[in-house]
Write a protein that binds this ligand. Structure first.
Ligand SMILES: C[S@@+](CC[C@H](N)C(=O)[O-])C[C@H]1O[C@@H](n2cnc3c(N)ncnc32)[C@H](O)[C@@H]1O
Length: 280
């Protein structure tokens, strides 16, 4: 059991070392979109000036990226996460200003988040950029599908909007489920440890709480009393998943591929994909 825990801890630390690369990949995508350099941009159309971050967590892009001042960021996350984030912003960032307008929108993406976004001022007649960084695998497939459908309904026909999302492959979700259930049954056989400390996934969540994704794990547990594996949805074919929902995939990069590497990795991690697409 201790060896299993160590292994889970090591792989989580490894996982955390991958997050800066993911973040940079999403940064570069967003900046290309805002500059009209992303695939699908037409020279005769206004540049997108609305950015929606679904499952924004503790994202600090608005404070990090020198985006034009007229850009509006809409950051959506569970109310408990938003509350935590605003507390941190007030206590640690009181003397700093974001580069653009930021609307913090407490919202549950399993519910009527469209209403919350529209109430915050989002204009569905203008083009937009959507970032779903580290989100899709925490939602079940039906919710994920509905989320993309809703996003599509908020993008105007005849004008390009863009999105970037991270996905994991089905095998990874299966593997985590298997790990979760085998460690739970080991616990129920009487390992002498609490079920929480015996589960590698719980260890993973605890470790990830110490990193920038911390609010995520905490919020997810607070918002739902059920125990659940950290990853619940994966797809091996994001293009097939997204096309019927109105998104045309322009690139799929695995973490560590040339375009998602930044000199960090010798080989790609085939189970994690960053997918860019446009709708319009
Ligand atoms: C792994 S974190 C990613 C955070 C951020 N995008 C990043 O990359 O650092 C996943 C985020 O999705 C949010 N999330 C998960 N389920 C959600 C839901 N039903 N509604 C709103 N946000 C949700 C979590 O609260 C968490 O902040």
């Amino acid at each position: 059991m201790a060896a299993q825990r160590e292994k889970a801890k090591a792989s989580t630390v490894d996982q955390l070392s991958r997050i800066p690369v993911r973040t940079r990949y999403f940064d570069d995508f967003l900046l290309r979109c805002l500059q009209g350099k992303e695939q699908g941009a037409a020279s005769n159309e206004p540049l997108p000036r609305q950015v929606v971050l679904l499952g924004a967590g503790l994202d600090m892009r608005a404070y990090r990226l020198r985006v034009p001042r007229e850009v509006a960021f809409y950051e959506l996350d569970l109310p408990v996460v938003m509350e935590y984030k605003l507390k941190i912003l007030r206590s640690e960032f009181a003397d700093r200003k974001p580069y653009c307008v930021v609307k913090y929108v407490p919202s549950d993406l399993c519910k009527d988040w469209k209403r919350d976004l529209l109430a915050a001022g989002f204009n569905p007649r203008q083009s937009s950029v959507w970032l779903l960084e580290g989100l899709t695998y925490y939602l079940d497939e039906a919710t994920c599908r509905r989320l993309f459908q809703d996003m599509r309904s908020l993008t105007p026909a005849g004008r390009a909007s863009w999105m970037c999302a991270s996905f994991v492959k089905e095998a990874l979700v299966r593997k985590l489920r298997a790990q979760s259930s085998s460690s739970s049954s080991a616990t129920s056989r009487g390992s002498g440890e609490s079920s929480e400390s015996a589960r590698p996934i719980a260890d993973a969540q605890r470790l990830s709480r110490q990193a920038s994704e911390n609010a995520a794990g905490a919020a997810l547990r607070t918002s739902s009393s059920r125990k659940w594996p950290p990853f619940v949805f994966g797809t091996d074919d994001p293009e097939k998943f997204l096309k019927p929902l109105g998104f045309y995939v322009t690139s799929v990069a695995c973490l560590g591929d040339a375009e998602a590497n930044y000199g960090r990795f010798a080989a790609p991690f085939r189970h994690t994909m960053y997918v860019t697409a446009f709708a319009g």
